[in-house]
Design a protein around this ligand. Sequence first.
Ligand SMILES: NC(=O)CC[C@H](N)C(=O)O
Length: 196
Amino acid sequence: MKIGVLGLQGAVREHIRSIEACGAEAVTVKWPEELDALDGLIIPGGESTTMRKLIDKYNFMPSLKQFAAEGKPMFGTCAGLILLAKQVVGYEEPHIGVMDVKVERNSFGRQRESFEADLDINGVADNFSAVFIRAPHIVEAGENVEVLAKCNGRIVAAREGQFLGCSFHPELTDDHRLTAYFVKMAAEAKEKPAAV
Ligand SMILES: NC(=O)CC[C@H](N)C(=O)O
């Protein structure tokens, strides 16, 4: 299994380490052409506005949309979730805009900009220690979206078919179970590619 991490900005190295810990091959993606060889792509946390600028600068947008249209699995963590979402509160246009969720940025308030919480993530773990850093949350989820976890009543992890998104940073701890869940999604999609 070959999993890429969009390597323009943010917590790239930590995701690479986590993918390798799951026994898959990890690739830091610097150029759009590199997406072709991948079975799945992780869009890391960082700063969504900065990452968007770099996506445009390096002409990544058409290839990212194509990757999604081919049914290939994509996993957005924190800023990556904001990039995948079809709607972002306060913005007229989404970024990549492929996952049927509406997200709000920096939604856990100033005094709690960073915190850790123990989460029950459906199908993944019932004791996942999640690190939140100026995290977004999912305000609305479309009908085909499966809510995987909530924190303080807010949706913080969800899956819609080929798309996985979470508000927190699963790569910042040694708990690789959510990454392993994504690697499994990629393996399943490879076995049974979506009709394009
Ligand atoms: N840790 C993160 O990825 C923070 C996301 C950041 N607050 C944003 O809006 O893009």
